[in-house]
Design a protein around this ligand. Sequence first.
Ligand code: ZN
Ligand code: ZN
Length: 391
Amino acid sequence: MIQNTNQTEQKDPVKKKPEKQEKPAKQEKPVKQVKPEKPEKTGREAAAMTVCPECGKNTEKTVRNVCPECFGKKLNVFELPPVLHARVCPRCGSHYYKSKWEDMGTPEEVAVLTAEENIGVADILTNVSVGMHAHPRSPYIFDVLVDVKGEVDGVTYDKDSKTEVRVKREACDMCSRRAGGYFEGIIQIRANNRTITKEEVVQCLKLVEETMLVQLKKGDKLAFVTDTITFKDGADVYIGSSKAGRHVCKHIIESKGGTMAESYTLAGMKDGRDVYRTTFAMKLPEFKKDDVVYFEDKVIEIKNCGKRVTGINLMNSSNFFIDIEHFKNAKLLGNTADAKDAVLVAVEENGIQILDPETFETVTIKKPMLFSALPGSEIKVFKTEYGIFAL
Ligand SMILES: [Zn+2]
Ligand SMILES: [Zn+2]
């Protein structure tokens, strides 16, 4: 008698369209030229004014052989338990639904879904529509008002009622795993051929956090950081999802350049299958912004070192760019943060005279493009074995 409705039926009552209830009037119209005095009636309607066998009243319309009122008294439009329970994970917001933890939106939506899951609408009804509204009584208790409408033999019946949905906060499987220190991978954050700076570690960890949040929202429930260990040469980030780890590395490389290599180690067995852990060896590029390097007879101030290296050739103020794979054997000379102040003595057409900040001898060096400092002022210079350069 009672059916469990599912979402589709409730949202799209048309699906339940009855086949037997075609209205006779439609079939007749086009054929007849002479207007009949009265529309013809079907057998059921033709039996106008019958006596209801239950209450004895005269009735024009019958529903399953009794008057609509008598049928309505016997009909239970829907059944719904007065109290229902839902489980919601306080960390990720997922809801335990049909024996699985799933993302289900706001607590209100969870309350409505729980009611939908438990309502039983009478089988006999056609053209069913269900309305539900959740009203919070407290943050974890909702009154769900339910209104169901449907037809039997063309007569509409409806009923409203309410149920109370109590939401219990409980860690989902994935969040329990996280609490238990579960991890599928380790991201090792390092720099290539040099020690990573503290600042770079902080920036990378921020990118890890951002990416994990995005992946969690996209439905990867294992997108969490189990543990982060930072030390002098970098950081190791233990992560719940290898898939998310791959996104993290991609994100770091897009933002800061560098390379990543994946390797796998057998971590044990689960459900008869080998379980592997992934190590992501992430290496930031050897050079970073504001490093000064010697490369193919040029002294270059690096502006960006990602897939493409860009900078300024300090020897002639020209722009420098090259793909990272061709940027081999560059030698680090220092960083513009180490530049020294030097007194500008004179400005000539192609050169400038300065006092060498170490020897205090007057030397002539190349004049940078767009140079506007006046003699007597101090300018920043960078001293290398290949000469002194004004920045
Ligand atoms: Zn009756
Ligand atoms: Zn959770």
